[in-house]
Design a protein. Structure first.
Length: 127
């Protein structure tokens, strides 16, 4: 009985995969309007992207804090922000820093009924 269930599950999964293969579903086509990236030999990098359809945006930059140290002793650091709208209507932004002290996020959530919501939408990465 168990083998039959596994077999039927595998057949259904394979069939569903064939039906959706090659098609882009609307939720997965974010209409990216802005992308940018930079990478330098000194360890600095940066990237950003944003989309129209779903309001997702992100930017991040990173660098090596002590580039003159031995490779094994170098400390990588990064900071950035990403933002998106939840299905419940909340606008969420996360500012973060990651370095030798760990990952330190600061999350901000606002709802359309709040007075600060419009400002948060306009400046999602303002601290």
């Amino acid at each position: 009985m168990f083998r039959k269930i596994i077999f039927i599950t595998a057949v259904i999964t394979a069939r569903n995969w064939q039906l959706t293969a090659g098609r882009r579903l609307p939720d997965y086509d974010p209409n990216t309007i802005n992308t940018d990236s930079e990478s330098l030999q000194n360890g600095f990098y940066g990237y950003s992207y944003s989309s129209v359809l779903d309001g997702i945006s992100a930017h991040e930059s990173g660098y090596i804090k002590n580039p003159k140290a031995a490779k094994k002793d170098q400390i990588s650091a990064k900071k950035g922000c990403y933002s998106f709208s939840s299905p419940e209507g909340a606008f969420i932004s996360v500012l973060y820093v990651a370095d030798e002290r760990g990952y330190r996020p600061v999350t901000r959530i606002t709802y359309p009924s709040q007075a600060t919501h419009a400002q948060h939408l306009a400046q999602p990465c303002a601290s």
